[in-house]
Design a protein around this ligand. Structure first.
Ligand code: ADE
Length: 232
C-alpha cells in the first residue's frame, strides 16, 4: 500500500511513522509513505495557497489552483490512486471503511488547513470524504493519520499476530471485553477469577457477557442492532 499525504505540513505527519508497528511495516515494504505539498504547485509569485472566502465569512480558504495541479500530477503518476478528503463535513469514518480501504493499492489523503478547501476541488477529485468525529480540528492531518493507522492494521502482515484482528471491538458489533496483564494481583486487585482457571469455553462466555455489558453501558444504540445472548 502506498499512502500519499497531500498537506502543507508534512512535519505534522512524519513522526508517526518513525516508531512502532507502522515503522516495522515500512521496513518490511508493506507500506510506502509519500508527501505532496500543494504550495510547491502554487502559481502565485509568493507561493500563496489560500485566500479569503468569496461571499464573505471568517478565515481563509485553500485555493483551487495548487490543489488541482498537485492532484492532476498525482493522478497522472498513478491512475488507480484513491483520493480521500478529510473534513468535518462528511460521513463518519468507521471500521468497515478501514477494512474496505485496506484493499486499495494507493490512497491519497488530502488535508485542509484554515477554514477549509474550495468545494470545487472536493467535487472534482474526491473518491471519498471522511470526518473522524463531530468536533473541529485545526486541520485534516490528524484525521488522515487516524484513518491511515486504522486502515494499515487491516493489511496482511502489518500486525504481528493477525488473530488480534478477529475479536476486537466493532468486528463483532460489540465492544471488546476487558483485558488484563500480569501480575494476577496488583495493589489488592485481582483479575476475574474465571480468567485464572484455564477453562477456555467458560472464559469465552464470561468475555461475551462483559462485552455485552460494556456495549449496553457505553453504546446503548449499538446494542439494539445486536442479538443479546446473556441476561444483563
Ligand atoms: N478537519 C477538521 N476537523 C476534522 C474532523 N473532525 N474530521 C476530519 N477532518 C477534519
Amino acid at each position: 500500500m502506498t499512502y500519499t499525504f497531500v498537506t502543507l505540513f508534512s512535519n505534522l505527519i512524519e513522526g508517526y511513522f518513525k516508531d512502532s508497528i507502522l515503522k516495522r511495516a515500512i521496513d518490511k515494504e508493506l507500506l510506502e509513505i509519500k508527501y505532496l505539498n500543494p504550495r510547491d504547485y502554487s502559481s502565485n509569485k509568493h507561493s500563496k495557497v489560500d485566500d479569503t472566502a468569496v461571499g464573505g465569512g471568517a478565515g481563509m480558504v485553500m485555493n483551487p489552483q495548487p490543489l488541482y495541479d498537485a492532484l492532476d500530477d498525482l493522478k497522472k503518476e498513478d491512475e488507480n490512486v484513491h483520493i480521500v478528503f478529510l473534513t468535518p463535513v462528511a460521513k463518519p469514518f468507521v471500521q468497515n471503511d478501514a477494512k474496505r480501504l485496506a484493499t486499495k493499492s494507493h490512497i491519497a489523503f488530502v488535508s485542509g488547513r484554515y477554514e477549509g478547501i474550495d468545494e470545487r476541488v472536493i467535487e472534482k477529485y474526491a473518491d471519498e470524504v471522511f470526518s473522524i468525529g463531530d468536533y473541529i480540528l485545526t486541520g485534516g492531518e490528524l484525521a488522515s493519520l487516524v484513518i491511515c493507522d486504522a486502515v494499515s492494521r487491516n493489511i496482511d502482515g502489518v500486525l504481528g499476530n493477525s488473530d488480534s484482528l478477529t475479536v476486537e471491538s466493532f468486528e463483532t458489533q460489540l465492544l471488546e471485553a476487558p483485558s488484563f496483564s500480569k501480575p494476577k494481583n496488583y495493589e489488592g486487585l485481582s483479575v476475574p477469577s474465571e480468567y485464572l482457571k484455564g477453562n477456555h469455553s467458560k472464559i469465552r462466555s464470561l468475555k461475551l457477557a462483559m462485552s455485552e455489558c460494556k456495549t449496553k453501558f457505553f453504546r446503548p444504540q449499538e446494542l439494539k442492532k445486536y442479538k443479546i445472548t446473556t441476561k444483563l
